[in-house]
Write a protein that binds this ligand. Structure first.
Ligand SMILES: C[S@@+](CC[C@H](N)C(=O)[O-])C[C@H]1O[C@@H](n2cnc3c(N)ncnc32)[C@H](O)[C@@H]1O
Length: 267
């Protein structure tokens, strides 16, 4: 079953050998994924992204759980398992938000630093006792020396940054040779009928639900639009490899609604 820590083994990841050298390919094959006009502004200026997350911070966790129909906890457990934490590992949780994943990492014995561009989200994170080290910062310019982390992770954050290849390169810079990367991000359901159901949910039900649970429903229009505009699993694997990571693989969760990409910093 997807999401279970026990089902997540090395072989569960689809090893990929992404082609090098090409630009970011358009991933519009497969019908209905891209054939609607985009309503939200997807330029992702850091100041505006931070302000948007500041506004939703207080109810972020509840809204997340409602809109993911409770699947978010499974996705987080799978992400944690993929990181293969050894107690004492120094771990960077980038775009940590309200710290749900940071707390789980600390509970595994990791020495974890949370970084996020939104001070409002980190205020919520600091409210969780286990988040001791929380820094407001931009993933494109991390305030760390080279090679200081054993593992780095970013959950539902890479899609929100202005320049995701730059963030992946910066993550490689701060990771030691042999260190691990795990990216947890929305992706593209692999089975056509499931993709159609999910797209209907994203474009019709999610905005209605968001109006009920959040006073800032425009943030959830942005959520739906960024998911549709995001590269699919193989394309993201290629982007990760081009950013300087090796042994890139991915695993689908919930039929591809979410994908975990795992990679290693070359020695
Ligand atoms: C959807 S939330 C995910 C939060 C958390 N990782 C989780 O799984 O719930 C995306 C987070 O990315 C952060 N973010 C967006 N752009 C960023 C950047 N350039 N650098 C660091 N954090 C960023 C936002 O402030 C927000 O907290």
């Amino acid at each position: 079953m997807d999401g279970s820590p026990h089902s997540l083994r090395r072989t569960a990841f689809d090893a990929t050998t992404p082609a090098r050298g090409g630009g970011i390919a358009h991933h519009g094959s497969g019908g209905q994924w891209h054939d609607r006009p985009v309503a939200a502004d997807l330029t992702k200026r850091p100041g505006e992204v931070a302000a948007m997350f500041d506004r939703v911070a207080r109810r972020y966790d509840l809204t997340n759980t409602v809109l993911s129909l409770g699947r978010d906890r499974r996705w987080r457990r799978a992400t944690l398992a993929a990181l293969c934490i050894i107690p004492g590992d120094r771990v960077l949780d980038l775009a940590a938000g309200t710290g749900a994943s940071t707390v789980a990492l600390a509970d595994c014995g990791a020495d974890v630093v949370a970084v996020d561009i939104s001070a409002g989200m980190l205020i919520e994170a600091r409210g969780r006792g286990a988040v001791r080290d929380a820094i407001v910062g931009d993933g494109e310019h991390l305030p760390f020396a080279d090679g200081v982390f054993d593992a780095v992770t970013i959950s539902f954050g890479l899609r929100n940054v202005a320049d995701s290849p730059a963030v992946l390169r910066e993550l490689a810079r701060v990771t030691r040779p042999g260190g691990r990367l795990v990216v947890c991000e929305f992706s593209r359901p692999i089975w056509g009928p499931w993709r159609a159901v999910y797209l209907g949910y994203l474009m019709r039900a999610l905005p209605v639900l968001a109006r009920v649970v959040s006073s800032h429903s425009e943030a959830y229009t942005y959520l739906a639009e960024t998911i549709r505009a995001w590269p699919d699993q193989r394309e993201l694997a290629r982007i990760v490899a081009e950013a300087g990571w090796t042994s890139v693989g991915f695993r689908n969760l919930s039929g591809g609604i979410v994908a975990l990409h795992r990679a290693v910093r070359p020695a």
